[in-house]
Design a protein around this ligand. Structure first.
Ligand code: AMP
Ligand code: ZN
Length: 110
C-alpha cells in the first residue's frame, strides 16, 4: 500500500533498524517504547488490521516469529498486544503485534 508507513519500513523505503526479518515478516523497535523492550512484528503484506487476516498462514507467520526473536533477546516473559480499530488504540493501520518486556504489566490493560 503506497501511503502506509509500515509497508515502507517492510519494503525498506524507510531506513529502519530491523531486529528480525524472514520471507514474510519483519520486526523493529517501537519509536515510542512503553517498556524497556518494545518491538513490533509486522507482515510484509499489507493487512490494515486483524479484521483483514484471511489465512492461518498470515497469523502463523507473525506469531511464530515472536519466540524466535524473544529467544534471541533472552526474554522469557512478555506482553503481546494487537490493537484493532481506533477505539482499541490502533493508530497505524497495518497490522502489528506489540511485544513488550522488562517491566511488570498490569491486568486488565488500560
Ligand atoms: P498502535 O497504536 O497499536 O497502532 O501502534 C502503533 C505503534 O507504532 C505505536 O506504538 C508507535 O509508537 C509505533 N510507530 C509509529 N511509527 C513508527 C515508526 N516509524 N517506527 C517505529 N514505530 C513506529
Ligand atoms: Zn502497510
Amino acid at each position: 500500500m503506497t501511503d502506509c508507513i509500515f509497508c515502507k519500513i517492510a519494503n525498506k523505503e524507510i531506513q529502519t533498524n530491523l531486529i528480525y526479518e524472514d520471507e514474510n515478516v519483519v520486526a523493529f523497535n517501537d519509536l515510542s517504547p512503553q517498556a524497556p523492550v518494545h518491538f513490533l512484528v509486522i507482515p510484509k503484506k499489507h493487512y490494515s488490521s486483524l479484521n483483514e487476516i484471511d489465512s492461518k498462514d498470515a497469523f502463523a507467520d507473525i506469531f511464530s516469529a515472536i519466540p524466535k526473536i524473544t529467544k534471541k533477546l533472552g526474554i522469557k516473559e512478555y506482553r503481546t498486544v494487537v490493537n484493532t480499530g481506533a477505539e482499541a488504540g490502533q493508530t497505524v493501520f497495518h497490522i502489528h503485534v506489540h511485544v513488550m518486556a522488562g517491566r511488570k504489566f498490569n491486568w486488565p490493560a488500560g
